[in-house]
Structure formats: C-alpha cells, structure tokens
Design a protein around this ligand. Structure first.
Ligand code: 5GP
Ligand code: ZN
Length: 111
C-alpha cells in the first residue's frame, strides 16, 4: 500500500534491522525501543486491524505466533516475552499495518 511505512520496509524501500524474514512475514527491531529487546513482527500483506482478518489472514497470524514462539530463544527471549497488538486510536496505533510488538530481554512491568 502506498505511503505505508511497513509496506516500504517489506519492499526494502526503507531500511530496517531485520532479524527474520520469510515469504509471509518479517521481524525487525523497533526504531524506538521501549524494552531491552523490542521487535516488530509484520505480515507482508497490508491490512490494519484484527477485525479485517478473514480465514487466510487468521491462518497467517496464527502462523506468525507459532514462528515467534519457535524463534524466541534465538532472538534472546529465553526468559519470556510479551506480545502486544495495538488496535486503533485508543490503543495508540500509529502505523496502519497490523504488527505484533515483541517485548523482552528484561523483567517487564505492567502498565
Ligand atoms: P504502534 O504504536 O502502531 O503499535 O507501533 C508502531 C511502532 O512502529 C512504534 O513502536 C514505532 O517506534 C515503530 N516504528 C515506526 N516507524 C518505524 C520505522 O520506520 N522503522 C522501525 N524499525 N520502526 C518504526
Ligand atoms: Zn502496509
């Protein structure tokens, strides 16, 4: 999608510190980390909200969760991690392309 920053990262048009990529998704470092480890898992297909998930997208996001769990130890997240999906304005979603925040590398507070 035009003017979507994550679509541009997916397309390689703007740089990102990628830690994982396959045909369906990429994982890269958040540019403004709020934890010792702060990664973003992003589907290559552009859509904004969980409410837009049809059956293929549901399978896609399910696979993303399974891959995050599988790769967590290799990403330095052996001690545990938190996944966050901000949805819409009240949650403070700033990038209109579904993404899963992966937070860890430290003891996380709850706020
Ligand atoms: P949201 O608030 O939409 O859930 O999260 C968007 C996240 O994307 C923020 O944590 C922000 O720091 C990150 N972000 C925004 N633009 C860029 C960028 O150009 N590169 C990277 N690596 N992260 C970005
Ligand atoms: Zn996009």
């Amino acid at each position: 999608m035009e003017n979507c920053i994550f679509c541009k990262i997916v397309a390689g048009e703007i740089p990102a510190a990628k830690v994982y990529e396959d045909g369906e998704m990429i994982i890269f470092k958040d540019i403004e980390p709020i934890a010792q480890i702060h990664l973003l898992a992003v589907p290559k297909e552009h859509f904004k909200l969980l409410s837009e998930m049809d059956a293929p997208r549901t399978a896609l996001v399910g696979c993303m969760l399974a891959k995050i769990a599988a790769f967590a130890p290799k990403l330095g997240l052996d001690g545990g991690y938190r996944l966050v999906i901000n949805q819409g304005e009240d949650a403070g979603q700033t990038v209109p392309h579904l993404h899963i925040h992966i937070l860890g590398g430290q003891k996380l507070g709850w706020a």
